[in-house]
Design a protein around this ligand. Sequence first.
Ligand code: FE2
Length: 305
Amino acid sequence: MALHITPLESVGVEVSGFDITQAMGEALKSELISLWDEHAIVVFRGQKVDPKSQIEFSRIFGPLATHPIKETTSAEHPELFMLVNEPEKEKYHTASYNGELVVGRLDWHMDLHYTGKPNRGALLRSVVCAEKDGLTGFADLSKAYDALDADTKSLLEKIEVAYCFSMQRRHMRYVDLEGYEPGPYSPTKPADVNFPNFPDVAYPAVVTHPVTGRKVLEIADQFLDRIVAPHEAGLCNDEAIELLERLVVHTRRPEFHYFHEWQEGDMVLWDNWRVTHCATGTPPGVQRVIHRTTIEGETTLGRVL
Ligand SMILES: [Fe+2]
């Protein structure tokens, strides 16, 4: 069985030519791992997936993590993290964007980035597709790094960026707040959703990927707060803020992005050490169920401040 690999429009690949329900040999497994390492975003379509086969398939890429929030974890399969739009809960995830109510919109982020130890990767499967919107965006930050000019690259070698966990989107300094209004039930502090009060974390502005050795521009809109001690890199605070603004704009260029429109049977695997993702959200009342499996990472990329 030979894999069929089709590049997506700008970043990532779509892979077909195998059946998830059939046993896979070691050669096929290592080919899949190499594709994940090389392209960072891997899309599979039309597979007959159930929770068991999703878990088994995900294990090819490394040991799986269980999620600390029990409410969103499957009782039968602790490796399965379930994202479900439920009418009685969606008000907590509803906010207004340019006068329209949107459920579950999420800014560009890496999962668990705010802990300093993001997981290695994850695989999403659409169980119930939203009939409207509900796209997941992926941004390749190695390609974003490669496209920087040489001066910026060498400046970034001397810089660390700090991230501050916040519950309120309007407290995040580099997300696009134009037209944004929180909803009446939007959580205002981590304790509202049983989250701890996470300390700030810092990352090198350019992280060398522990497995592939590729450089990654460590800029994610969500929770991005400041450059640590900018004077040590010869920058005043104003220059530091302008540099972050410029880098955020750079990562938003469409040539680094892939937006997945979900169909039943789709799975998307990504490298969470190289790729940020975002969710466009759905209008209120739209059903949507996504199952996520999470591949653990044994390396801590950031440091707690
Ligand atoms: Fe996420």
